[in-house]
Ligand binder design. Sequence first.
Ligand code: SAM
Length: 480
Amino acid sequence: MNDLFDRLRELLLDAGYTIDGVRERLGEVAATALSREETVPALRATRDGDPLGTLIRLWWLGVPVDAPAGLPVAELAAAGLVASDGGRVVSTVHLQPWETGGYVVSDRKVRPGDPALRPDHVVGAGGASANLAQLVTRRPVERALDLGTGCGVQVLHLDGRAREIVATDVNPRALELARISWALSGIRDVDAREGSLFEPVAGERFDLVVSNPPFVISPAGRFTYRESGFEADGFCRELVRQAPRFLAPGGTCQLLANWLHVRGEDWRDRVGGWLTGTGCDGWVVQRDVQDPAEYVELWLRDAAEQGTARYRELYDGWLGWLESMDVTGIGFGWITLHDSGTLDPVVRVEELGQRVELPVGGYVDEVLASIAAAHRLSGAELPGVRLALAEGVLEERIGPPGAEDPSRITLRQTRGLRRTARVGTVEAALAGVCDGDYPLGPLLAAIAELTGEDADDLLAKAPEAIRPLVAEGFFHISTG
Ligand SMILES: C[S@@+](CC[C@H](N)C(=O)[O-])C[C@H]1O[C@@H](n2cnc3c(N)ncnc32)[C@H](O)[C@@H]1O
């Protein structure tokens, strides 16, 4: 079978069926229309009957085509990837090039007017898959686990960074299609296992666990690809609570999640509470919040259920269910756990609405290290600590024209998470002089002399002023 997929890959590459090839052929307008599930511009852009246009129609747009020369139709039909349609060939799956250079096979996309999704629908790689992939640490690891592998896309990203990869899914059909994705992408030796949550890896440990889980919060587990059947946001909570038992020392778990905002409860306490007692350092980031109606519409649209006879009934039932739990919104975000081996773990829960530098995985270990370093930095140690301003931090001063002192000073990161922090003159002065060479005590004494402040006073206030700036990565603790 691998030979068939090697030949198919060659054929796809020869025809230019790659991310760049498809993007160039479709152009901006047709690609944007496709993201709105409108296929007409893409059909127009692929009507010449050339190999690339035909492959896009077959595998991406899902319309019957005359088989392109060299396509092993009979073998692909036997493998369940195509069927014949009155002398023409039609795909039974969605086969898309992916940003890693490989290919991802899933069930065909549903668009408005298509028949209802099957309950074991295997969703294709999309925005959420790409979000998780960019979040995952680039640090090479020994053993990695992709929990809920679906079409297998996260494995394409882990390949070459993990020596051993285990991929699990509760849906056997997902594993079937994932194996094809890996074969088509030239990835061998993935250990694929069927089962729920951590059941298939009981007793094992991993250096990295990643999961784009079935996080959708709905009254019924209708579709395995997005709903677990657990109550409300219980699946993500369980994943977080159980993950530490499967992490090797120093290991990291990274997942996407949705969580409820419930009237009278701070969402930070809710999600932060999932991590309490895990023994791991944690970082929870809320990237977006939707109100209940937006949320229900999003997922009804996702399954192409708008305009169907059941739309209103499903919408009403889902909204009523959220209402019965006093839900005011649903948060979308990232959760990272790190088994740092500490007896004094720290969990940071925050909102990040701004555009951040991608991939976050290129510096996520640094983010975790900064949070932990700030937490463990005692007031007594502070005067002896040498701080270095992080690369790319700028200072902005705003004030009335001609005024001697600014009314507002902001430090702005141009790299990484691109945070901003409003600071006082002392922290701004420190940002100007901290290059990792001198301990904080003498620097604060020098600043006190210049500003006429009391040095002891500055030192006493330093933990409160400096710790957040270390935690947020404006200053690093210099060890050199
Ligand atoms: C949103 S898809 C993610 C697919 C892919 N990993 C990605 O990043 O695009 C979630 C996957 O979790 C699987 N899943 C659902 N319930 C599960 C469970 N209880 N245990 C493990 N996997 C589950 C689904 O079958 C589906 O393939």
